[in-house]
Ligand binder design. Structure first.
Ligand code: C2E
Ligand code: MG
Ligand code: MG
Length: 558
């Protein structure tokens, strides 16, 4: 005679599945049901263990939880050990006291199924927590944008931002430094330069890495002179004796926050320092550009772009390029991203030089709709010519988020050309404020209801909150290249994290695309981690429409 009726067993199973699959999980309800199951099934103890890798399991370096314990455990009744797709190890063990109650086969079968549901849940929850633990630093251990956001929020609440100086820096010639002294030494140099700045800035400020060789932060006015000296050039040693040195300098955009200063969004500060930083990058002489003061040349440039834009748009000076997305197993093109370039007076201007300016007002929206319109035009032509098009993604600036008619507008453009909705994907970047978060959720849901795919762009740079992917129904996760581990060492932090992110994304039904894939080694890392779609120079640079159409003929790479 089993201790729980069939009916009750199914009701437990159903409740357990429904609690653990709902987001967010009601943890109290989950614990209640675990305890009820343990009691009804006359168990004496229930233990779960979690290890990030099998190697850590061997070393006993993991987390152990006991949700139920009567103190009378005599025998291991069931033990299930599962290695997840991301190679994490989860073990569930149920104990009994055979002197009190002897479980029969039906009991054991039922407990086995219930335990598997619980293990599945624990695996998901632990992975999410692990990823969140890494939340305030990036894969290489540099503080990340979330650390910046937290610092700014705390100081804003305490009214301490006024008078501080915000900055954006881009290390000068770092690619060349890497080439000259090797990547490993390059990493050492970058780390030391960051530490030097971090020490100089002290606790009243912060410096974080945005990605690659780009950093942002704030510091107190009192240390400005020292910080600027380091910006202008500091000798950094990369060997133990300190003899091998390179001079590191940066292009910097800075913005002195007024007194008093109340921050409305990080975006406001980011826009200013990045704009100033981009001026600094362009001008050989001026390597530290203060927003507002020394930006005359920039404001000229801004004015030029803004004045030229309306007629440039009318004259169709913006040209769409297509960069293929490739299935790395079959080497077939499975999609493309539309990227625009501005063809002016015989020169091609890259998007980084005009998009940030167009984002200062609503011009960027006009450009994005224009790009979508042109993509639909191309798509219709391909369909009419009997080609087999692939889904094309179009970037939409986050400046669109406040537009409540955005979805309608997008759909009306797609429908004007009768393009099947599933052939269009909209890429949006993550946002930094809660207000925008809800706008983002609304827009993504609306687009999804209309059958248009959505992608979160540049995941891994900037804010990268896991909530962003958990709470918004994206179809595609575009992972920035800075998130991809460089080496194949399976147990390195970056590999473990990458693996977990991919398996979490797959669990949630998201397609993963990795951007900026340049080497065969990166491809191997992707393959090992079941990440099947890549976009990057290894396959193709962004192509002109004619070149892309040629690629569409057989869609196959060697
Ligand atoms: P994104 O959306 O993240 O686009 C990917 C960028 O990575 C593109 O730069 C692409 O050329 C570059 N890329 C691709 N493969 C590789 C690689 O293997 N290595 C490296 N180092 N880079 C690679 P691009 O075309 O210069 O565009 C820069 C950014 O400008 C885009 O980043 C996007 O945010 C923005 N952008 C471009 N076109 C549009 C547009 O029509 N509307 C809006 N709102 N933004 C756009
Ligand atoms: Mg994009
Ligand atoms: Mg991107």
């Amino acid at each position: 005679m089993s201790c729980v009726s069939n009916e009750k067993y199914y009701s437990y199973l159903e409740r357990l599945v429904s609690i653990t699959h709902n987001q967010p999980v009601d943890h109290d309800a989950y614990l209640d049901i675990i305890v009820a199951i343990c009691r009804d099934y006359k168990l004496t103890k229930g233990v779960s263990e979690f290890y990030v890798t099998p190697m850590k399991e061997q070393r006993g370096d993991g987390e152990i939880y006991c949700d139920f314990d009567t103190g009378k455990s005599k025998k291991v009744l069931i033990r299930i050990r599962i290695v997840s797709a991301s190679k994490a190890v989860i073990i569930g063990t149920l104990y009994s006291d055979p002197d009190e109650y002897e479980h029969d086969d039906t009991d054991i079968q039922q407990l086995d199924s219930l335990l598997r549901v619980v293990i599945g849940y624990i695996s998901r929850m632990r992975l999410i927590k692990k990823l969140e633990e890494f939340g305030f630093s990036d894969l290489d251990g540099y503080r990340n944008f979330r650390a910046f956001a937290r610092f700014m929020d705390i100081n804003n609440a305490e009214n301490r931002l006024g008078g501080k100086v915000a900055f954006y820096i881009d290390l000068h010639n770092f690619t060349i430094i890497n080439q000259e002294i090797g990547r490993e030494n390059g990493d050492i140099v970058m780390r030391k330069y960051y530490e030097l700045l971090s020490d100089t800035i002290g606790d009243t400020g912060i410096i974080i890495r945005l990605g690659g060789d780009k950093f942002i932060g704030v510091f107190d006015k009192g240390v400005q002179e020292d910080v600027f000296r380091i910006f202008s050039g500091a000798p950094i040693a990369y060997d133990v004796s300190g003899e091998q040195r390179v001079i590191v300098s940066v292009a910097a955009g800075v913005y002195a926050l007024p007194v008093p200063y109340m921050m409305k969004s990080y975006g406001d500060i980011m826009d200013k320092i990045m704009l100033a930083g981009n001026v600094a990058k362009r001008h050989e002489g001026e390597r530290i550009v203060v927003y507002g003061e020394k930006m005359k040349s920039q404001s000229d440039h801004v004015k030029r772009v803004q004045t030229a834009f309306p007629s440039a748009l009318k004259n169709e000076e913006f040209i769409i390029h297509y960069q293929p997305k490739v299935d790395i197993e079959t080497k077939q093109i499975v999609g493309a991203e539309a990227l625009c370039r501005w063809q002016r007076d015989g020169k091609v201007i890259p998007p980084d030089e005009f998009i940030p300016i167009l984002e200062l007002n609503t011009f960027v929206s006009e450009l994005d709709f224009y790009v979508l319109d042109h993509v639909c035009r191309d798509m219709v032509r391909w369909l009419n010519e009997g080609r087999q098009p692939v889904r094309v993604s179009v970037n939409f600036s986050r400046k669109h988020l406040i537009d409540i008619d955005l979805t309608d507008h997008i759909i009306s453009i797609i429908d004007k050309y009768n393009v099947p909705h599933e052939l269009i994907e909209i890429e949006l970047t993550e946002t930094t404020s809660d207000v925008m978060f809800s706008d983002l959720r609304r827009i993504v849901s609306d687009l999804q209801k209309n059958g248009v795919k959505t992608a979160v762009d540049d995941f891994g740079v900037g804010y990268s909150s896991l909530n962003l992917i958990r709470e918004i129904p994206w179809d595609v996760l575009k992972i920035d290249k800075s998130f991809v581990p460089e080496a194949e060492d399976e147990n390195s932090v970056s590999n473990v994290m990458f693996r977990h992110l991919i398996s979490l994304a797959h669990d949630m039904g998201l397609e993963c695309v990795v951007e900026g894939v340049e080497t065969e080694e990166q491809l191997r890392v992707l393959r090992k981690n079941n990440c099947m779609i890549a976009q990057g120079f290894l396959f193709d640079h962004p192509l002109t429409v004619e070149e892309f159409e040629d690629r569409l003929i057989n869609k196959q790479y060697k």
